[in-house]
Write a protein that binds this ligand. Structure first.
Ligand code: HEM
Length: 458
């Protein structure tokens, strides 16, 4: 049997874990932070999110008092208030915290939150290395305060006043253009070379790239927007907002039990991501010292961003059985096509399986066949994308799709070869348009008292 996916899919419906993921990136399970060398802080955050998701789900099925207690123990900080609602109601999402400081930046290994704000800034002429350093210091200090449920120490506008941190994470990345502007050209990672142009790309440069990238995730829209607004005001004079995008995923507790999320095409999405407990996970996602990558990036990662518009009118005109053949999985439960009766989402894919007429059950151009690591020299990435819906475009079709985000140790061995192949031979690409793109080096996390990017700038 030719099999591509692992049996221990983190996004399996059975796995007891947070249910916040949607978009194209079901991500790291609760386990495995030891294996990947994640910071204790990040590991603690995962635990909290997992407990919270379990508790939220528990409410619906009538369990969860213990988990609610665990979340409540975690509550602290001046912004915290008692969970709202009647006695015995769901534990609030608000008190859940993900520490900002740690070996890795937060927002990579944690499950996706319900809301995301993505933004990129361009460094002002003349800001230089000193300007960059002081901005990164301010941003890190503020991100740490907000993640702990404290107000910002400057430009606080009270937008999130009544809410807890809602699992807020702020993740910073550096675009290729930053290095020349900040006088750091000799420290630019080789992996930051521009992504090649792919067939059918329709990229708007004004909605992609940028010197400084920020990913802000939270389980509340106001909390996420508040953080973005504060960071933007702190940047004034040093860096100007270049583009911004809002995204969403499933809200924890929305489903009766933790489940892999769905994207706007209705597919269960995120099943076959690398998992933190797996052998080789860290090597796929995080940069190691040595090779042609600079020492300052060790423990960091690369992030590929693509704003991928879904041509939903065309997609929804396709009968469901044909939609399933485009992906290679059942729409209802994400089970792979051609799998034996009783198969579930986590059932391993059998790319050799045949239908009754002898044809391939997972068609030759099915997305999971073309994208599979086995078909791409082992190329792997941690997908952690969010849906977006920005109203209607001029032709009346929804301006909606996926804010694709994929963390990887080296885009030259991860995203680029896979996208090359997808752009040529993926049945799904007929229903997609890549409208913006960005590639960022994501530095390692900051210890208490330090700031993100310190290993680059100091
Ligand atoms: C809007 C665009 C996209 C949609 C809707 C989409 C949807 C999906 C779905 C439904 C799956 C199966 C479930 C899973 O394992 O997560 C999947 C798998 C996958 N996708 Fe995508 N995807 C998109 C774009 C991309 C892009 C741009 C890449 C990388 C260049 C990519 C790489 C992968 C990989 C590596 C897998 C796992 C394949 C396997 O080993 O089974 N996808 N995608």
């Amino acid at each position: 049997m030719e099999s591509t996916n692992s049996t221990n899919s983190t996004r399996s419906a059975e796995s007891a874990r947070d249910n916040g993921a949607a978009g194209n990136g079901g991500n790291a399970g609760a386990a495995g932070s030891d294996t990947v060398g994640a910071a204790p802080a990040a590991g603690a955050g995962l635990t909290r999110r997992t407990l919270l998701g379990t508790a939220g789900a528990g409410l619906v099925v009538g369990v969860g008092a213990g988990a609610a207690g665990a979340v409540a123990l975690d509550r602290s900080g001046p912004g915290d208030a008692a969970p709202s609602g009647p006695e015995g109601a769901a534990p609030a999402l608000g008190p859940a915290r993900v520490p900002f400081h740690g070996e890795r930046q937060a927002g990579i290994l944690e499950p996706q939150q319900a809301r995301v704000q993505l933004a990129a800034f361009d460094l002002a002429d003349g800001a230089g290395r000193d300007g960059l350093r002081s901005l990164l210091r301010r941003w890190s200090r503020t991100a740490a305060r907000l993640a702990a449920g404290e107000p910002a120490d400057e430009f606080e506008n009270q937008v999130a006043l009544d809410a807890g941190p809602c699992s807020l994470t702020v993740t910073f990345g550096f675009g290729a253009g930053l290095f020349d502007k900040a006088g750091l050209a000799d420290r630019r990672p080789a992996g930051l070379e521009p992504l090649p142009a792919f067939p059918a790309d329709a990229l708007d440069p004004a909605r992609g790239d940028g010197d400084l990238f920020v990913q802000i995730g939270a389980d509340d829209a106001l909390v996420a927007v508040h953080a973005l607004r504060v960071l933007q005001r702190q940047a004034a004079g040093t860096a100007a907002l270049r583009w911004q995008a809002s995204g969403f995923a499933r809200t924890p507790g929305a489903t009766p039990r933790p489940m892999t999320g769905r994207n706007l095409m209705g597919q269960i999405d995120g099943t076959n991501n690398p998992k933190p407990g797996e052998e080789g996970f860290a090597a796929k996602v995080f940069c190691a010292a040595g090779g042609d990558q600079p020492a300052w990036l060790a423990g960091g990662s690369f992030l590929v961003f693509r704003r991928i518009r879904m041509l939903l009118d065309n997609w929804e005109a396709l009968p469901v059985d044909r939609q399933e053949r485009v992906i290679g999985r059942r729409k209802t439960d994400g089970a792979p096509l051609g799998a034996p009766a009783g198969a579930v989402e986590s059932t391993p894919v059998d790319l050799g399986a045949q239908g009754p007429d002898g044809s391939l059950a997972v068609p030759a151009d099915a997305h999971i066949r073309v994208a599979a690591p086995a078909a791409n020299g082992g190329a792997a990435m941690l997908r952690r994308g969010f849906s977006y819906h920005d109203g209607l475009s001029s032709d009346g079709a929804p301006d909606a799709g996926l804010l694709f985000l994929a963390f990887q140790a080296d885009p030259r061995k991860g995203f680029t070869p896979v996208q090359r192949k997808l752009a040529r031979g993926d049945g799904l690409s007929r229903f997609l348009r890549h409208e913006a793109s960005g590639l960022y080096a994501v530095p390692p996390g900051a210890p208490e008292g330090g700031y993100v990017g310190q290993s680059l700038v100091d």
